[in-house]
Ligand binder design. Structure first.
Ligand SMILES: [Zn+2]
Length: 448
């Protein structure tokens, strides 16, 4: 009741109310989620990058196949946010209103959420280095996920075969496991990225790769101890096209039949999100056509390449939050064929990560290779000058760099562009800018 009432009140006040109601409720009953999730079939999605897009793709599968479900939509992926969502989707007496729950869960919060919600299905997207001050190193992230799965005894677990860290979870659990992967390189030309996991997780010798798809993902093996990429159960056999609007791929759901699928989102990393959702579909027992058709049409997740028309400018907003994710965005942008304008917003609030040193691990140098297609780079956010400094070091022509601190002025500048504008904010910068966009241009608030 406390949860429901506070959420209603906060929403009346025009607030998103994604976390506070859950915080209040968990204060009263610390394991409330355990009670609320008891009679619900839970699908949990966790991992460093791609959680939101993967969840939205899975949602499309559930919707198209007639599942009665609810999900945590607005990026409330910590224990309080998840609890609030379950409370919202239960009666005052705590009885669930829906049979299924699709839960996107932060890796650190998965320890508790995994324990309390006892999921039947768990999808792990990947493990990358995230904001150091919040999550510690990749091994700590991996441990959090392992602990969460340890609590999910009955779960069928979908793991990324191409991520040497994620795949290693299989060795420590007794759960039924399905692996997914990409059996081919994705990009013809790859941005050179620093690997978050160059050395064998078991014996610390350097991995040998047959191919790398991006970051540390690919077909790896350790020639010293023999640890290697497991053969995936669901996989991409071919990448036919990957451009600024979509990818076309061929998928084998493990039955030897190859099916064509389209992913209407740019960027090779979305191919991974797609194949992980297909893996979950297989775990659910869906037929190939029931799953693959769903991929072709779904709404884009909040902040993960959302399109807006601002004044005369066609803009896309892409959340950036860690080196691997940001490199993927740059990888995508460096393949653009038209003149464009970039906007980067760097904040250092808690939700962004207080430590912004990660921007020095991002390969912004790649932008110099497409400089002729780059009209201007506008920089804003609390740490705008740090970002501008980083870009200056990358070698970008300083006449193309411009810091605009005021978001109002920034939006004016964006709205006056006659070229596509790509806006890359960190999390809280996105929330602030998104609020101003809603106010000025009447776009929906994110929780609607
Ligand atoms: Zn080894």
């Amino acid at each position: 009741m406390a949860c429901k009432t506070s959420r209603k009140l906060l929403r009346l006040m025009g607030r998103g109310a994604t976390n506070l109601p859950g915080k209040i409720a968990n204060r009263i009953c610390p394991d409330l989620l355990r009670h609320l999730a008891k009679d619900v079939h839970v699908i949990a999605v966790t991992g460093t990058n791609g959680k939101t897009t993967t969840s939205r793709m899975i949602e499309q599968i559930l919707k198209d196949n007639g599942y009665d479900y609810f999900c945590n939509k607005s990026g409330a992926n910590l224990l309080n946010g998840v609890t609030a969502e379950f409370a919202d989707n239960a009666t005052i007496g705590g009885k669930p209103k829906h049979a299924w729950a699709l839960v996107e869960c932060d890796e650190a919060a998965f320890k508790k959420v995994g324990e309390y919600s006892d999921p039947e299905y768990v999808v792990v997207t990947n493990v990358f280095r995230d904001q150091l001050d919040r999550y510690g190193e990749v091994m700590a992230t991996l441990d959090n996920i392992k602990i969460g799965i340890g609590h999910s005894k009955r779960a069928v677990v979908c793991l990324n075969a191409d991520c040497s860290l994620t795949a290693s979870i299989a060795e420590e659990i007794d759960n039924e496991i399905l692996f997914y992967g990409v059996n081919t390189p994705i990009y013809k030309e790859r941005v050179h990225e620093a690997s978050d996991a160059p050395y064998c997780i078991h014996c610390k010798h350097e991995y040998v790769y047959d191919y790398i798809t991006y970051g540390h993902l690919g077909k790896y093996r350790c020639e010293h101890c023999g640890y290697h990429r497991p053969d995936p159960d669901v996989f991409v056999t071919k990448v036919l096209v990957t451009d600024e609007s979509h990818s076309e791929i061929e998928i084998d759901m493990g039955d030897g039949a190859v099916t064509k699928a389209a992913i209407h989102l740019p960027g090779g990393y979305n191919i991974y999100n797609g194949i992980s959702a297909m893996c979950l579909a297989k775990a659910l027992g869906l037929r190939t056509e029931q799953a693959v058709d769903c991929l072709s049409n779904f709404e884009v997740g909040f902040g993960r390449m959302e399109a807006f028309q601002l004044g005369q400018a066609t803009t896309r907003m892409i959340l950036i939050k860690n080196p691997a994710g940001c490199n993927q965005v740059l990888n995508f942008l460096s393949n653009l064929s038209e003149q464009s304008v970039f906007v980067i917003l760097l904040n250092d609030n808690f939700a962004d990560g207080r430590d912004i040193s990660w921007i020095w691990d991002v390969d912004f140098e790649t932008l110099t290779r497409i400089e002729d297609k780059l009209d201007a780079v506008y920089v804003s956010g609390i740490r705008a000058y740090d970002m501008a400094t980083r870009l200056k070091y990358s070698g970008i022509d300083k006449d193309k760099l411009c810091v605009i601190e005021d978001y109002g002025k920034l939006l004016d500048t964006i709205a006056a562009q006659d070229k596509p504008v790509y806006i890359m904010p960190t999390y809280t910068a996105m929330m602030d800018l998104r609020a101003l966009v809603s106010k000025r241009y009447g776009y929906k608030n994110f929780w609607e």
